[in-house]
Design a protein around this ligand. Structure first.
Ligand code: NI
Length: 174
């Protein structure tokens, strides 16, 4: 397995709509495994392929808490088959929007259909944190970041700060 570099907003590659995969083969399994390793090291609880520069509809999630056994979920071509009428609010963050957090309102429960790591079609009923993470990662496949759910004012403030800190990181130290 290998760690992959994570793109940071406002990288334009994060805004692309990702293409479906044709199926799950060894190359895709390797990508899923590399994404899991990258996510665990970061550390994060979800990662979508566009965040590592791969414009494919693939994501990985593990919401197991520290000290609990790992519970990796790999999804290719995920689709929401149902969403609840009631909403939930979570404070979200994102490995591509480092050090910024904000409350986002989303449906409280979703059912998602996807291909798993073995290429088998599965359906998962998610609620609580998992429902939020599934929707957050699926948004990445359509080029949507959690900051796109915020007001223009708040989003632009965060993007400005990210651009500034990235510039600072690449400027030669004086
Ligand atoms: Ni994210």
């Amino acid at each position: 397995m290998a760690q992959l570099p994570i793109l940071v907003a406002p990288d334009p590659r994060l805004k692309l709509k990702a293409k479906p995969v044709d199926g799950v083969d060894d190359a895709l399994r390797r990508l899923m495994d590399d994404m899991l390793e990258t996510m665990y090291v970061a550390p994060g609880i979800g990662l979508a392929a566009p965040q590592v520069g791969v414009s494919r509809r693939v994501l990985v999630i593990d919401i197991a808490k520290e000290g609990e056994p790992k519970a990796p979920l790999c999804m290719a071509n995920p689709e929401l088959v149902s969403v609840s009428d009631d909403d939930a609010v979570y404070e979200e963050g994102c490995l591509s929007v480092p050090e910024h957090y904000a409350e986002v309102v989303r449906p409280a429960r979703v059912t998602v259909r996807f291909l798993d790591r073995d290429g088998i079609t599965r359906e998962l009923d998610a609620d609580g944190l998992l429902a939020t993470v599934v929707q957050h990662e699926m948004d990445h496949l359509d080029g949507i970041l959690f900051i796109d759910h915020l007001s223009n004012l708040k989003r632009n403030m965060i993007l400005r700060k990210l651009s500034k800190s990235r510039k600072a990181a690449t400027d030669p130290a004086l």
